[in-house]
Design a protein around this ligand. Sequence first.
Ligand code: 5AD
Ligand code: FES
Length: 360
Amino acid sequence: MEEILEKARKTGDLSRAEITALLSVSDQKHMQMLFDTAYAVKAEEVGRVAYFRGLIECSNICIKDCFYCGIRRSNQNVERFLMDEEEIFKEAMWAYEAEYGSCVIQSGERQDEEYIAMIERVVKRIAEATGGSLGITLSLGEQTEEVYKRWKEAGAHRYLLRIETTNPELYAKIHPEDHSMDVRKECLKALRRTGYQVGTGVMMGMPGQTMEDLADDILFLKEIDIDMIGMGPYIPHSDTPMGKEIPAYTDEEKKVALQLGLKMIAVTRLVLRDVNIAAATALQALEYTGREQGLKCGANVIMPNLTETEFRPKYQLYDNKPCTDENSSMCRGCLSGRIKGIGETIGFNERGDSLHYRKR
Ligand code: 5AD
Ligand code: FES
């Protein structure tokens, strides 16, 4: 273990077996060594700066039916909403005025022209109003290359599309038959061709997922030369098929899930070095300080919620999602304090583009 960490301090060139070994550490002492090494590599590669990406969850309407997700099409217990253009624009401008580096427009997946054109118009408006200085990230699921191009031309810079898992059997278990991992991989390729900074990621701690699976996930991220990573612990949602099979986490299970989430961030930082890695909101569903712990393990991006408070309870991807009663300025103040508390600075007014992308 110590040997592997010494090697990882200098190079990201770790084998599948070495990655698996690092992910499998469970004693406190070695885990802390792993986290500290990842933090040292982060400080060296991308600095001790956390970038804010204001998250706008603009609609929970979704054509997909993923077995883990609270806003899946079949969940009848969700009141569906769609923000209008004005509301999305207003929230993006809030991020700009709050000196955030970028905003992220996220929603359930929709492939109809009405929605595609609405996004295109609002992206254009935000890009014009901010002169390109506010990063615009989209997280709107699988689309055709044509649509990705339209949104890029409108002014979007980055795109997030999680692969969720690279194990084909597990992928098939957590999704209905009409969802395809190959399509998702094609989308990631199309996004790269279109010129976006591309982000992907996985969920960890799903039933049946092994450390080897997670090691393969990390190697996949490296192989496709990804720029940004958003990954988080799987958390059961009581209104979903997977959430019904496994009841809510006990305190002990929460602890284990958080540790696995942190270990994945740390090992990913060691292997991928100069990419942007987000400390996912789901970490905070497991422990209040989960997101700052993510930064201390190698993440360098945090996504304060910008969604208008009235919509927040309707965007429950998993149970206990934090900040559903708060508003944008509360999250800004809260996270700023917490980041200062761990001795990092916030990259205000900087887009914080992926260094990995810039070097390419
Ligand atoms: N637990 C954790 N993350 C989830 N997501 C969806 N459902 C859950 C869940 N139950 C994540 C998926 C998706 C992202 C927007 O939210 O990884 O890509
Ligand atoms: Fe939203 Fe603390 S981050 S209230």
